[in-house]
Design a protein around this ligand. Structure first.
Ligand SMILES: [Zn+2]
Length: 192
């Protein structure tokens, strides 16, 4: 991610007093307070940055360990993409935010229902995706996005870093530089 998105990411671990943003850019959500126009975290938790509604919140860390299981719907950020696989940093299971990260692997054969030529048509580094755990052999979480509700839920322009918006034809387009990009889009893109 580049440009204005830097520092405003969801899933970031924060402690009370950590700076989350300024009120010119975001409205303060739950778990935050404002002092002199700056938004701070009120608690130990993880950030949830809603870029569409320009709102930043902090969710408390849940007690009790939570680990992904086969069948779990997980949310995470694309950490690395190669032509056949993508590495996902899982920071949420269902609605539960995690206190640590798990790494998941998405193989191209599980990226979509149909044939996919390259993983670069599926997701890009920095995207937020929803996926399902299909196996966890040897503590490696293998993921699938080959269902309608699974896939990229937030994607960012590879040219300027702006959040991509879905147009009426279903394409992802950058409202700033007009670039059109390809992804495996989840139903409900941008509305989580
Ligand atoms: Zn752009």
């Amino acid at each position: 991610m580049s440009g204005s998105k830097k520092g405003y990411r969801s899933g970031k671990f924060v402690v009370p007093g950590d700076r989350l943003g300024v009120i010119e850019e975001f409205s303060p959500g739950s778990g935050t307070y404002v002092r002199d126009g700056t938004i701070y975290s009120k608690m130990i938790g993880r950030t949830l940055v809603d870029l569409l509604n320009k709102k930043v919140s902090v969710y408390p860390l849940t007690s009790g360990a939570s680990v992904p299981k086969v069948g779990s719907i997980v949310t995470g950020q694309v950490y690395n993409v190669q032509s056949k696989i993508a590495i996902i940093r899982i920071w949420r299971i269902g609605k539960k935010l995690l206190s640590g990260f798990y790494s998941g692997i998405l193989h191209i054969s599980d990226a979509a229902k149909g044939y996919v030529e390259t993983m670069f048509d599926v997701c890009k580094t920095g995207d937020i995706v929803r996926a399902k755990v299909i196996s966890n052999k040897n503590r490696v979480y293998h993921l699938t996005m080959a269902e309608g509700n699974l896939g990229v839920i937030y994607a960012f322009c590879s040219e300027c870093g702006h959040l991509l918006e879905q147009d009426r034809k279903g394409r992802l387009k950058c409202p700033r530089c007009k670039k059109v990009e390809k992804r495996k889009i989840a139903s409900g893109y941008g509305r989580e």
